[in-house]
Ligand binder design. Structure first.
Ligand code: SF4
Length: 464
């Protein structure tokens, strides 16, 4: 990928395309969902599943000891570790409740992901209890990917030992930025040495697959210190990297007012920070995956990209496209039978539902055939950066140019600006278009206009 652009090119793109827009981890996006979709709809979707279908399970573990000032996640800040014990009990109840709705004798699981919050807030024995509950109700496949997000500062060796014993095989570490000044501004203190020690210990246990999360656009980030972080990351040799754009939405996340707006890099610098990642990681042998992930050439993600089977969901890019996703825990999202469902977003509401033996669904989205078509198209743009008209027509029995006549017209302007090329019955995103995939996807999203008109404040973060 080209990673050096002239100042005037950058200026032009930023002027036009640094607008607010969704990240498309779902389509339709969450603001288009409705609270008229509830537990009964979720129950129906679960009951309609066929015996051969398999699952991907997500567990949301919301507790964190300290609040990071950039945080956009659903978390509960506490140092009271007894709280997770009761939460695990609720998760076990929820597993049993959900499982009751699934008619299959064997509910095969090919992926489990523990996200947060800070999943390693849990005690090792709590994680073990949770795992026993999963085993009791689901059949975890031998080749299943079992992943967990971890915070190196609060992780213990006992917890790592437990992960090994339970069969975890993918570890995702939150790194964000190693620079102490940035860490002070974002209230996340975590030295390079702490991260390295934890990684060394996990490697000594036999773990071989590591993902790092980094964020560009954080307060205090400078080009030279960011380059140092990127070089330090390379020394630690992760297999995958997610390099997220910091989403500044203080009207939704007031904690982001803990620093001054003037501490944030301006859009030109922010794009430059990402450009540095785009240069550094491919030079070290990583491939760009979708919009903001990198993976070693032999990693499953890189292979899935080559085979065209890459997928996108709430956990980022994934290779498990076909599995139904069941979310457990407060605020978690499920995608079952072609529809989205979300659990209660506040912990007391979630706990109350589960306590009274009810599914905790509070909103969702039942997708029409047209939604499914556009969801597939947007996923292809976000994952592969290309659309092959003939393949798409075959899959959905439609005439691409007729069906998307007005969108193709709108794409002409993006083509003129060098973001994509339309020729030989294909749309291909260019290297710069790869950075603005959200802008290209937005053309195919008919809900956007209504969402923007109805919202009092911007609903989405800026694309850069
Ligand atoms: S550890 Fe993660 S979830 Fe918790 S406050 Fe920090 S960014 Fe948010």
């Amino acid at each position: 990928m080209q990673s050096t652009w002239s100042q005037s090119e950058v200026f032009n793109w930023l002027q036009k395309y640094n607008v607010t827009g969704p990240r498309y981890t779902s389509y339709p996006t969450v603001p288009a969902w409705s609270e008229s979709v509830g537990a009964l709809d979720y129950q129906k979707a679960l009951a309609s599943l066929q015996p051969e279908e398999s699952f991907s399970l997500y567990f949301h573990l919301p507790f964190c000891e300290k609040l990071c000032h950039f945080c956009g996640c659903m978390q509960v800040i506490t140092t009271d570790h007894s709280r997770s014990q009761d939460y695990v009990k609720k998760l076990l109840q929820e597993i049993a409740l959900v499982r009751k709705q699934i008619p299959q004798r064997l509910a095969k699981v090919e992926q489990i992901h523990f996200g947060g919050g800070t999943p390693n807030f849990l005690q090792a024995k709590e994680l073990k209890n949770l795992f026993e509950g999963i085993h009791q109700h689901f059949k975890i496949e031998d080749q299943a990917e079992i992943a967990i997000e971890m915070h190196p500062r609060t992780s213990t060796q006992a917890f790592c030992d437990q992960l090994k014993e339970l069969g975890f095989n993918r570890i995702s570490l939150g790194v964000q930025d190693f620079d102490p000044k940035v860490q002070k501004l974002i209230n996340r203190h975590q030295t390079y040495e702490q991260t390295k020690d934890m990684l060394d210990y996990l490697r000594s246990l036999g773990f071989t697959s590591f993902n790092f999360d980094l964020i560009y656009g954080l307060p205090g980030q400078k080009l030279n210190t960011w380059q140092k972080t990127l070089d330090q990351v390379l020394k630690l040799d992760p297999d995958r990297l997610a390099v997220y754009s910091y989403a500044h939405v203080p009207w939704i996340k007031p904690v982001q007012r803990s620093f001054q707006d003037s501490d944030l890099p301006n859009p030109e610098t922010k794009l430059k920070l990402f450009e540095m990642a785009l240069k550094t990681f491919p030079q070290a042998g990583y491939e760009l995956i979708g919009m903001d992930h990198f993976a070693k050439a032999q990693d499953e993600l890189s292979l899935a990209k080559k085979e065209g089977s890459l997928h996108r969901n709430f956990m980022g890019y994934s290779t498990r496209a076909e599995a139904h996703q069941i979310g457990f825990g407060v605020s978690s999202i499920s995608y079952v039978g072609g529809h989205y469902f979300q659990n209660q977003k506040q912990l007391p509401d979630y706990e109350k539902s589960i306590q009274s033996d009810n599914l905790a669904t509070f909103r969702g989205c039942l997708l029409s055939q047209e939604d499914q078509i556009r969801r597939d198209l947007i996923t292809q743009i976000m994952c592969l950066g290309e659309i092959n008209f003939k393949d798409f027509e075959k899959k959905w029995s439609l005439d691409f140019k007729k069906h998307f006549a007005s969108e193709l017209k709108q794409l002409e302007a993006l083509q003129q600006d060098g973001l994509l090329e339309i020729k030989d019955q294909k749309i291909n995103c260019t290297p710069i278009g790869q950075l603005f995939l959200r802008i290209i996807a937005m053309v195919f999203d008919p809900y956007l206009e209504k969402i923007k008109t109805q919202a009092k404040n911007p609903t989405f973060s800026k694309t850069v």
